[in-house]
Design a binder for this molecule. Structure first.
Ligand SMILES: Cc1cc2nc3c(=O)[nH]c(=O)nc-3n(C[C@H](O)[C@H](O)[C@H](O)COP(=O)(O)OP(=O)(O)OC[C@H]3O[C@@H](n4cnc5c(N)ncnc54)[C@H](O)[C@@H]3O)c2cc1C
Length: 393
């Protein structure tokens, strides 16, 4: 698709990652005219597994199901998480959640970024009220009293009543709006790789809080899992420079060999990790969603779930305002959206910062404290259920 000139719409979404594309999908078939600008189309699917694998919460899959796209994702590309085992750094402490204990069918569903993104895009292609402009980048954005205007990199102009920044962590829309984001580097990178394993994982996700960072294994269909090792720069470099056999040995040893022998299927790749927060997520004719509004450490695997939650809530508020005849950029509706999302965003920020700090702190006393904490939580059924339910929200 190529950019059209002089487009006038109600809502302009900049960025069609999972947050922006799901918002556009949630506004399909409304009375609002929506334009989506995206600089890169999703890569075509292939037989190999994506590098970016997500643990989608039940709330996220429910949202994707409401949008009608969940059923279009091939069942042999997703895996249910039936249990989660978390290990402390003393080799003995552990915490286990299971879907059975929580009386749910699954704790989460593992899916590939590319598969979800392609399904969202396919749904947008046929939407009568959505124009997808790709490849096109928003280079300049300005706000007036009644509308906002985006100039695309090819010089064409899109005018809208509301602009939604869904353009990721380094959001150009956020910068154009003069919102200063606070970026706190975690001093770590996330090293990701996919492995085949000789022992079936049976839908169990594993996570180890170790001296050298946090390593998570997310189950994929068959005897395959995706690893994210959040670790300091030096260790990340070492992992990235390993031969395949050396990487398998290190990952095998760090996981205590729980899934048997390993072979590398894809990767490794490394991503810098940081937290990002903003003083406000809405303004005159502006809303920020997804990583443009908040970035959390991936140790809780919740970044994309927060973004999908934003999209769902913003769509709800925009549709409600539209039903009563309000302007799409009405600040009242935007403020309702901001308030509704505040708690989930703050809670995830506090939880990921707290966990990272707790497991990074050195010293025998604090080590005993955190490992005892894991064991006690494992035995306290009520607290464990509360934690599991919060993670599933
Ligand atoms: C190592 C790692 C592991 C992770 N693991 C998990 C996990 O297990 N679970 C989880 O929930 N989250 C995880 N995350 C976080 C997750 O990847 C992000 O939260 C999520 O991708 C954010 O989605 P988004 O749509 O907000 O932004 P993005 O995915 O960054 O999408 C932004 C889009 O905007 C487009 N764009 C940017 N600028 C412009 C412009 N000027 N004009 C037009 N288009 C533009 C980009 O091309 C892009 O498509 C992980 C992150 C990392 C780094």
């Amino acid at each position: 698709m190529s950019a059209r000139s002089g487009l006038n719409c109600d809502i302009l979404i900049v960025g069609a990652g999972l947050a922006g594309a799901s918002l556009a999908c949630a506004l399909r078939d409304s009375r609002m005219k929506v334009a989506v600008i995206e600089s890169e189309a999703p890569p075509a699917g292939g037989a190999s597994w994506d590098q970016r694998i997500y643990a989608l919460s039940p709330a996220s899959t429910e949202f994707l199901d409401e949008l009608g796209i969940w059923k279009s994702i091939a069942r042999n590309r997703i895996e249910a998480v039936r249990a989660m085992r978390i290990f402390g750094d003393d080799g003995a402490s552990r915490l286990e959640f299971s879907a059975y204990q929580c009386a749910v069918e699954r704790l989460a569903t593992i899916a590939e970024e590319g598969e979800v993104r392609r399904s969202l895009w396919a749904a947008l292609q046929g939407a009568r009220n959505v124009t997808l402009l790709c490849p096109a980048a928003a280079s300049e954005i300005s706000w007036g009293a009644d509308s906002c205007e985006a100039r695309l990199s090819n010089g064409e102009i899109v005018t809208a009543r509301l602009v939604v920044a869904a353009d990721g962590m380094h959001s150009a829309v956020r910068r154009a709006a003069g919102i200063d984001a606070r970026i706190e580097p975690a001093g770590q990178r996330g090293v990701v790789a996919n492995f085949a394993c000789s022992v079936p994982h049976r839908g169990v996700a594993h996570q180890w809080f170790r001296d050298d960072g946090v390593m998570a294994w997310l189950p994929l269909p068959g005897q395959v899992f995706s690893m994210v090792w959040s670790t300091d720069e030096i260790h990340a470099d070492e992992l990235m420079q390993c031969e395949e056999s050396g990487l398998c040995e290190r990952v095998f040893a760090a996981g205590g060999g729980v899934l048997g022998n390993l072979s590398v299927l894809g990767g490794p790749a490394a991503f810098p990790l940081s937290w990002l927060s903003v003083p406000r997520r809405v303004g005159e004719r502006l809303a920020l969603i997804g990583d443009a509004a908040h970035v959390v450490h991936p140790l809780a695997g919740q970044g994309v779930n927060l973004g999908l939650g934003d999209a769902r809530e913003l769509a709800l508020q925009l549709r409600t305002a539209n039903d009563r005849g309000a302007d799409a950029g009405e600040l009242l509706a935007l403020r309702k959206f901001e308030r509704a999302r505040a708690e989930a965003i703050l809670a995830m920020r506090i939880a990921t910062k707290g966990l990272k700090g707790l497991f990074e702190a050195r010293g025998a006393a604090i080590s005993r404290f955190r490992n005892i904490g894991l064991n006690l939580t494992d035995r306290a059924a009520v607290l464990k259920n509360m934690l599991a339910r919060h993670a599933m929200g």
